[in-house]
Design a protein around this ligand. Sequence first.
Ligand code: C2E
Ligand code: CA
Ligand code: CA
Length: 733
Amino acid sequence: MSVLHAIGRRGAALFAFAQRLLRRGGAALVGARRSRAALLESEKRLQAVFDQAAVGVALVDMRTGCFERVNQKYCDILGYTRDELQGRSVRDISEASDYQLNLDLRDELQRGRRASFQMEKRQLRKDGSMVWVDLTVAPVLQEGGVPRYNVGVIQDITERRRMQDTLRRSEEQLRSILDHLPVGILLSGPDGQAIFHNRHFVDITGYTWRDLVGAGAWWTRAFPDPDVRAQALSRWHAACSQAHAGQIARAEYDVCRADGGICSVALSGIALGHNEILIFEDLSRYKAAEEQINYLAYYDPLTGLANWRLLRDRLDTALSRSVLRKQCGAVLMLDLDRFKLLNEVRGHDCGDQLLRQVAQRLRGQVRTEDVLARHGGDAFVLVLDADRPTPTQAAAHAGELGERVLAALRAPFLLDGESYRTTASIGAAVFQGRAESPDELLRQVDVALYQAKASGRDVLCFYDARAQALVSERAALESDLRVALEQGQLEPYYQAQVCDGRIIGAEILVRWHHPRQGLVPPAAFIPLAEETGLIQPLGEAMLRAACQQLAAWATDPRLAGLTLSVNISPLQFYQDDFVARVLDALADTGADPSLLELELTEGLLLQDVEDTIAKMVRLKARGLRFSLDDFGTGYSSLAYLKRLPLDQLKIDQSFVRDVLRDPNDAAIVRTLVALGSTFGLRVIAEGVETEAQKAFLLAQGCRHWQGYLFSRPVPLGRFTALVRANPASGQGV
Ligand code: C2E
Ligand code: CA
Ligand code: CA
């Protein structure tokens, strides 16, 4: 940069003038040829011009760095008098951080590497304040000698700097605002070359400044395929021409990102003279959200299977296809047995794990053209595409598949690292054309499913009209049972438990006096009560009845020692407050806990062994006894059995029934009795109907039994009459 350029025309003239003045001054100092008077006159004139100059001018001694002469303006800028300034060094009035550069440049000047230099620096005023100056320095050329002085010209640029700072700050602010906008912004020139972009533009497209600058029109990178590009540009021009004056053109594009990927953007543009401001909105996030919403609307997030909405949709399609092709298909509905119990006992997380694994196994069984859906809770639905010519063939197909599914689910599952077995029930219905609506079809499989559950689980049942009646019956039964609980239609019956011919106690078995149907056996409503949760109030009622009875008997010496066994259903046992409920019943009635026995089933005990043991231990501490009901029928795990604080094993009646005819059953009974004595537990047999059965049991060492041979379950009055008629009864063993 030339000195002239640096200080402007007026400054340059002054600069030359100052040089002249100083040369003369310098000459005056070393002595002159002209007459002294003339010189003084000339000197004065020059001094006057020098002092009136609008810029600060100073003569600085190169060796000392001290001011030799300064003009008035220089003094004004720095707030010193001429005398104060002359003799002071440049360093004294320089702001420390700028001084080094000043020094370096002066060095270069001295070495003749440059003819002059110019810089902006801060100088310290006498009052301590700071002033920004534009400084231009050049050596004063001596005729025939090495320069001794530099001439420095300063201009006060404090105001300009302040404005520049303000400008820079607001520019930074603007930049930061643009960078923080949630849209990408690109300022492009007339030929599409990038002039500016914000940070979000890079986030969206991946193109940085380096990718775009000097790379021609930005759209050549965004649309590398010439055909796609031509199309995009023509759409853009169309959008621009459609946007009325003052409006913004907008269109959506798939843009090629720097990494080669594709991003969907909405592009809006505003013309700015010959340039264009383009706003890029990232649509991929919306698209992802859209997909997510669609996914949630049509899929089950837990298993990834279709949900009921998609199922109905697909079922509709399948029915239409069935009409078109004149072919038959089928729908299967599957429900996991005892899922509610698993959820309740092992927690929902375990339940979720099971559902996911079941979904996985089901997937392994179906074809891609079939639809697999989760129908809420633990129900799954399978729609087999209509591709069989007759309903019989469709039914056969459904039957085969159903059996395969049941078999696949029998293998143990792994929940939280523990093995878990389950079974399922399946209902199925065949469809042919549009005879049924999707709703009607789903209702039919639902009915078939109820039938499957009623016929003992782990089976598949097809829809038939009789099953429909069964379902209605069940629904009626459920509402009747609620009423029965409220109105006290449930009565405890007592079945004697015998040892060596004496009645030692009884098992309480519920009976339902139905207002229209008469006496309903437990087998007809206990499973329903378990499914609906009604078993909890029902079980509680029986437990309280038992406690009341024990308390009542306590006052009668003939009955005082009798024990009572109460059946406890899993759902009841796994209530968090089960222990408290039992203790409350005892406390409220004043019954002797040691005469109360709780009958638990094996399946229940093994659901959550730690929790089971904890509850049993707390109750045993109060004196209660525990009996293991239906022993031998479940998946026995002797290792666990050993840990459970049981008092008694109850051999299931199914073994007792055939004990004399079936050598297997005889062997089982023998083993169970031996097992009981190994564990130090009392063994009782149930379902003893004949003397021969009794004799066999006795021969094995089983003295306790219960069965029709002695008495059926009977109402309270008849039971106490039995005890009174039996001389040695009620004394306990
Ligand atoms: P369970 O606990 O195994 O009860 C024994 C069942 O065998 C009773 O049937 C009883 O009447 C029957 N039984 C007794 N001796 C003989 C015999 O010599 N031959 C034959 N064939 N059967 C005999 P019940 O009373 O119909 O009860 C059936 C099931 O209902 C019970 O089986 C039990 O699981 C459940 N249950 C009954 N009452 C209650 C209750 O109050 N609470 C709970 N949770 N379940 C109950
Ligand atoms: Ca029982
Ligand atoms: Ca039993």
